[in-house]
Design a protein around this ligand. Structure first.
Ligand code: AMP
Ligand code: MG
Length: 349
């Protein structure tokens, strides 16, 4: 398939006119990759079963792993889901933004989009290009992350092209994703209860500001047990993984330094906090270091994680090491992505 590429500058409203051709493709059941504030998305008309099937095909995604439905305005959720007062509290506080809400689906969204479930995932993105595309297309847009299934989500136009050039009808070339990790996903249980299925920029504490009870699904921090049913189907799949094994080190920088002295090899990559790289560089002459940002700067780390995982992938290392982040605040999102990228390969030092 020939992929058309258009360039849309988020800071130049006059370039938004080009989105009309992208919207036309969406209306005609075609696939369009577009930027969002979390990661790039692979979009199609969420109400068009054939178009949605093509999303699964282009990604190589298992068909029981449902897609998120993107809307231009929070109140558009009425057309696709049975909302309640908690949905509007969440919408008031966090929409448009990096929050996905799971509710009982209306029949306007086909089962294929929902991976066969009775619920639907709704998100109203903040990125102005994404919103304009949804508005112009006059359709809800089903969009998973625009990566091949299993690999890290793309946060830049270049990484999108690596995976999707030739597999989709159009790619919108725009700026790097603002946040760099996928949206926070919550399921509405009742008027006062949420279950966190995937952590993101909107943290557990943020959610507790609007909802009395926020449960955290245990698959957010732990491995699913053999035969256990995942609350969110995506949790059961290998994800975000670089080709070389990623090994997470749980311990002080002194312990990490001691451990890595046995791994001082040119086939090894070490992802490390800014202030720790200088300390380790003196002892480890052969490894390549990748700067994760300052240890207390979780936003920079979120911005860099998938980018770094893709860059190290290209170099053909045999092993990749990284520190295990704390689970506090946005740290929980990093923790969740990193334990899964490592297939729960954690070394306690
Ligand atoms: P992605 O679009 O690649 O960011 O993945 C979307 C995530 O949302 C996957 O982990 C899905 O399993 C999850 N998801 C989408 N719809 C639902 C739903 N109705 N119930 C539970 N999880 C969902
Ligand atoms: Mg994904």
């Amino acid at each position: 398939m020939k992929t058309k590429i258009i360039k849309v500058n988020i800071n130049n409203r006059s370039s938004f006119n080009k989105l009309k051709s992208a919207a036309e493709l969406i209306r005609n059941g075609k696939l369009v990759v577009f930027p969002t504030e979390t990661v790039y998305g692979l979009g199609a008309d969420a109400t068009d079963t054939n178009a949605v099937r093509n999303i699964y095909k282009a990604k190589g995604r298992p068909s029981d792993n449902p897609l998120i439905v993107h809307i231009a305005n929070p109140q558009d959720a009425e057309k696709y889901a049975y909302t309640n007062s908690l949905y509007y509290k969440l919408a008031d506080k966090f929409m448009p933004g990096p929050l996905t809400v799971i509710m009982k689906s209306k029949s306007s969204i086909p089962k294929t989009t929902r991976g066969g479930l009775d619920t639907v995932a709704i998100r109203c993105p903040q990125n102005a290009v994404a919103r304009k595309l949804i508005e112009y297309s006059k359709r809800p847009i089903a969009a998973p992350s625009a990566n091949l299934s299993g690999s890290p989500s793309p946060t830049s136009f270049k990484h999108v092209c690596d995976d999707m050039n030739g597999r989709v009808n159009m790619i919108i070339n725009s700026s790097d994703s603002d946040f760099g990790l996928e949206s926070t996903i919550v399921k509405i249980e009742d008027e006062n209860t949420l279950t966190l299925l995937r952590p993101g920029k909107i943290t557990v504490d943020d959610l507790r500001g609007v909802c009395e009870k926020v449960n955290v699904a245990h698959a957010v921090t732990e491995e699913l047990k053999e035969g256990e049913r995942a609350l969110s189907p995506g949790m059961k799949y290998r994800h975000y993984s670089p080709k070389a094994p990623l090994i997470l080190l749980d311990g002080s920088i002194e312990k990490i330094s001691e451990y890595l002295s046995g791994e001082d090899d040119s086939h090894t990559a070490v992802i490390l906090y800014d202030e720790d790289i200088d300390i380790l560089k003196e002892h480890l002459m052969n490894v390549d270091f990748y700067n994760f940002g300052a240890s207390n700067d979780r936003l920079t780390q979120a911005h860099r994680l998938f980018y770094i995982l893709r860059e190290v992938d290209k170099k053909g290392y045999k092993k990749i090491f990284a520190p295990l982040p704390s689970q506090e605040g946005i740290g929980l999102a990093l923790y969740n992505r990193m334990i899964r990228a490592s297939a729960h390969n954690i070394i306690k030092l």
